[in-house]
Design a protein around this ligand. Structure first.
Ligand code: B3K
Ligand code: ZN
Length: 878
């Protein structure tokens, strides 16, 4: 018997080092005997030699971490691991059996190991969450359950037998369809699950515990009856209906939009409280962070409902883009993630409002992906090397990856896109693929050469577009130039293929030339529009047709014109955003706010023809982090205090200038009848609450009373938390008692308490770090739970520029202290939150020094996890 030591070895994995597996798995049988401190796993694998690896018989290499090895045999012959010549050898990352000791080109491996789920605080592998056994295997967690070729290009059908105590684990779940089940002596029972679809180990899942199911059914287009179950802890049954509804709508949408049907007799979702991310697409058994399943009008906001819907859809869509067709290696992660994000974005756009969804997605892309691309963590959509793969589940892989698919669709058209995807599913079903294979489907289905386009996957950095205009009295010429700034490891950049959707607007505001897609593929290109009756105003990059920065200095009058007239809703919103950014920059330089700005916004928000959700977005100012990026883009260094004051003054100005209109609109947007999370009602609430925030910014007593009354009377969480946040963030006298009342009412609901923590963590007050430090001592702050940690520390670090960037360094210090505390417990979540320091080079020298000092303090800890070390050292630019 032996135990692996914890890995501490540094290893860089490179795309160019890929070699096919020596051994393939024909089938697996897993027998899991559950016990919190000593779970036994017996794994029987039929291995077959990979015909693609000729030559001498390769060694059998199995990954395994922190496993207690008990016994193994091959074709019934026990294996010893003693002595230097032994066929079997172990290291920190797994075991090997010498090729010359293997009996032939096909054999049966049988291995018994033991693990300790209760000691597993990393929440990767098999672990316990509030007494419930659950798993997380992507990317490399299966190797913490048993020895296995834990790589996505090894796919196999799984049979799983779970055994456990009936009292504490009445429900035993795994992937696939249910098989035999029954009682065993000593109060134990078992259940078998059979998954006929070959899958990589990262899609394995097991759940066992005291759970109840919300049940429903779905009939697929070709008539398969599918059992649907959403499993939750007893007491949460009444919070599953929305997730179930979203699931059924997603299943139908994938049939209609992509011709993809579900392929098992049962589809299950399980909600768990301790989870490192949002959810996981395990075949037939999705595991979700309970935050993205549970919803009731009293506990969830409109935004929560929308997130639940899109994550349920995302994980479901992975069944085809991810599971049936998976990735050859982890460098190809965007093959499943970029594509699946794009699919879920389209689902939400179809279900709700397309322009609003696009604006939301672009806001997120800029806030997270542009930020990443412009800093030390920049990497291509398909990275070329990594130390810890869990650090590459990034905004670049996901969100920019989705933008690349969107651009492909724009370039080949809707029909071409559908033909290419049909070909992809037909050609690669059951395979582990690369981006090159995906691209070949587009080339073969449409006849288009995508070799230059493919740079979007390999070249990092956000391209900058600049434009020049010429008008000769009858023809308008638009000249576009592209340039991608250097990023770490990529000094020189090549020109990309950039689809620029553009239209021309006449002086009367009417569309003069409707949207067309200009394809920019050279460093500079001109596009000429002839026979125009008057000089047009160009609307460029409509719908945000490419993930680029459009650098276009405009005067206020043209911005106001576009804000009033652009036929493209995205660009209409963008005009307002650019207008606000330019005013904030002027204020930072000591300038003043022109009255025309509030007038233009006032006209827009009073336009009853416009969707309230859109108007709510138009009234929102850029964030402080976004403004820091804008300052740097203009060659400056950001001063968080100056940015904060500018934005604050702008909110107060709007609150003053539009006071009466805001108050009228807020009342007009009231939603009658019982709460419903639908997009139209949510849009009305969003606009009403945006008005409330601006009214409070003007600081009138009437505004305070209105927010207090809204908090006291709200019948739903959206309005209640909006009022609470508005009061707390305005540091209003009525805030403290309402925070207490809120806590008293929800002290037993951790997901609601997360909101309570976040509202306080994001309050832009000068003593924010002190307040957050005090909250870390609150009994409701269970810091080992990732949701709690993110709700308090994560949202302080990423959502409170005033507190995090406090000039005395108290914010940085607080966050660094907590990262160091969490790292030994949960490296994945620590590394993720550590990304808050990635922008250190953007700030004035004082802050830079303080942030760097904290990063160095973290890096100096010798026992730092591989995850956090990789992030911190890359941020420091090592
Ligand atoms: N595929 C998972 C993410 C796994 C993250 C591993 N660190 C969820 C998703 O993208 O759908
Ligand atoms: Zn995904």
């Amino acid at each position: 018997m032996r135990t692996d030591t914890a890995p501490g070895t540094d290893r860089t994995v490179r795309l160019t080092d890929y070699t096919p597996p020596g051994w393939l798995v024909e089938r697996v049988r897993l027998e899991v005997d559950l016990a919190p401190r000593a779970t036994r796993v017996r794994t029987r694998i039929r291995f077959r030699r990979n015909p693609d690896r000729p030559g001498a018989r390769p060694d059998l290499r199995l990954d395994g971490r922190r496993l207690t090895f008990l016994a193994a045999s091959i074709d019934g012959q026990p294996l010893g691991d003693a002595g230097p010549d032994a066929a079997l050898s172990f290291d920190a990352e797994g075991l090997s059996v010498r090729g010359d000791a293997l009996p032939g080109d096909s054999f049966e491996w049988d291995c018994l190991t033991e693990i300790d789920p209760q000691a597993n605080t990393e929440l990767e592998g098999l672990y316990l969450s509030r007494g419930m056994f659950c798993t997380q295997c992507e990317a490399e967690g299966f190797r913490k359950i048993t020895y296995y070729p834990d790589r996505p290009d090894v796919m196999a059908p799984f049979t799983v037998r779970i055994e456990g105590p009936r009292a504490t684990c009445p429900v035993l779940l795994s992937n696939g369809n249910p098989g035999a089940s029954g009682d065993l002596p000593d109060g134990r029972h078992f259940a078998e699950w059979v998954d006929p679809h070959p899958k990589p180990a990262y899609l394995f899942a097991l759940v066992a515990g005291d759970l109840v199911a919300h049940r429903d059914g779905f009939t697929t287009a070709s008539g398969r009856e599918v059992d649907l179950r959403v499993w939750v802890r007893p007491g949460d049954e009444d919070k599953c209906a929305y997730a179930m509804d979203a699931l059924k709508r997603s299943m139908r949408w994938d049939e209609v939009a992509y011709g993809r049907e579900y392929d098992l007799d049962i589809f299950q979702i399980v909600a768990v409280d301790d989870f490192n991310m949002g959810a996981m697409e395990n075949k037939g058994l999705n595991i979700f962070n309970s935050k993205y399943v549970l919803a009731s009008p009293e506990t969830a906001t409109d935004a929560d409902y929308e997130r639940i819907e899109s994550i349920v859809a995302h994980e479901y869509f992975h069944n085809w883009t991810g599971n049936r067709i998976t990735c050859r290696d982890w460098f190809q992660l965007c093959l499943k993630e970029g594509l699946t994000v794009f699919r879920d974005q389209c689902f939400t756009a179809d279900t709700r409002s397309e322009p609003v969804k696009r604006i939301d997605d672009v806001k997120m892309l800029r806030a997270r992906q542009f930020r990443e691309d412009q800093g030390p963590l920049a990497h291509p959509v398909r990275p070329e090397e990594y130390i810890e793969i869990n650090n590459f589940y990034t905004a670049t892989v996901y969100e920019k990856g989705a933008e690349v698919i969107r651009m492909l669709r724009t370039l080949v058209g809707e029909d071409g896109y559908r033909r290419a995807l049909d070909l992809y599913f037909e050609r690669h079903d059951g395979q582990a693929c690369t981006i090159e294979q995906f691209r070949a489907c587009f080339e073969d289905a449409t006849g288009r050469d995508l070799s230059q386009f493919a740079l979007w996957w390999s070249q990092s950095g956000t391209p900058r577009l600049t434009m020049a205009e010429d008008w000769d009295g009858a023809a308008y010429t638009l000249t576009l130039r592209q340039e991608t700034p250097p990023t770490p490891g990529q000094a020189a950049k090549a020109p990309l293929v950039i689809p620029v959707a553009a239209g021309l607007i006449g002086p009367d505001g009417a569309e003069m030339v409707p949207t067309q897609v200009l394809e920019l593929s050279r460093p500079e290109q001109s596009f000429r529009f002839e026979g125009l009756p008057a000089r047009p105003v160009a609307s460029v990059l409509r719908g945000f047709s490419a993930p680029v920065v459009l650098d276009r200095p405009l005067d206020d009058a043209t911005r106001a014109f576009l804000l009033a007239h652009d036929a493209d809703p995205f660009n209409r919103w963008q005009a307002g955003r650019d207008y606000a950014i330019s005013i904030a920059l002027r204020l930072i330089e000591g300038g003043a706010i022109p009255n025309a700005w509030a007038e233009a916004l006032g006209r827009l928000v009073a336009d009853e023809a416009l969707d309230p959700a859109f108007r709510a977005l138009a009234l929102e100012l850029p964030g402080e982090d976004e403004m820091a990026g804008e300052v740097v883009a203009r060659g400056g260094l950001a001063d968080p205090d100056a940015i904060h004051s500018a934005l604050r003054a702008m909110r107060a100005h709007l609150g003053d200038a539009l006071g009466a209109e805001l108050s009228r609109l807020r009342a007009a947007m009231a939603v009658d009848g019982p709460y419903s999370p639908d997009a139209a009602s949510a849009g009305r609430r969003a606009l009403a609450n945006r008005c409330m925030v601006l009214m409070l910014a003007a600081g009138t007593a009437q505004a305070h009373r209105a927010a207090e009354a809204q908090f006291d009377a709200a019948d739903n969480m959206t309005d209640r938390i909006a009022a609470l946040a508005a009061l707390v963030h305005a540091d209003a006298p009525g805030a403290a008692s309402r925070l207490d009342a809120f806590h008293a009412a929800w002290r037993h609901d951790p997901l609601v308490l997360d909101k309570w923590l976040t509202v306080q963590a994001t309050a832009p007050v000068s003593d924010a770090a002190t307040r957050v430090a005090a909250l870390t001592g609150h009994p409701s702050f269970e810091w080992k739970n990732p949701n709690r940690f993110r709700a308090l520390i994560g949202s302080f670090a990423m959502g409170n520029a005033t507190g995090f960037h406090a000039a005395d360094g108290s914010g940085y210090r607080l966050v660094a202290d907590w990262l160091l505390r969490l790292d030994p417990v949960n490296p994945q979540t620590t590394a993720r939150v550590a990304g808050c320091f990635e922008t250190w080079r953007r700030y004035e020298p004082g802050r830079q020094a303080l942030m760097q000092a904290e990063l160095r303090r973290i890096a100096a800890v010798e026992t730092l996890s591989r995850n956090t070390r990789e992030i911190v050292e890359r941020i420091l630019g090592g």
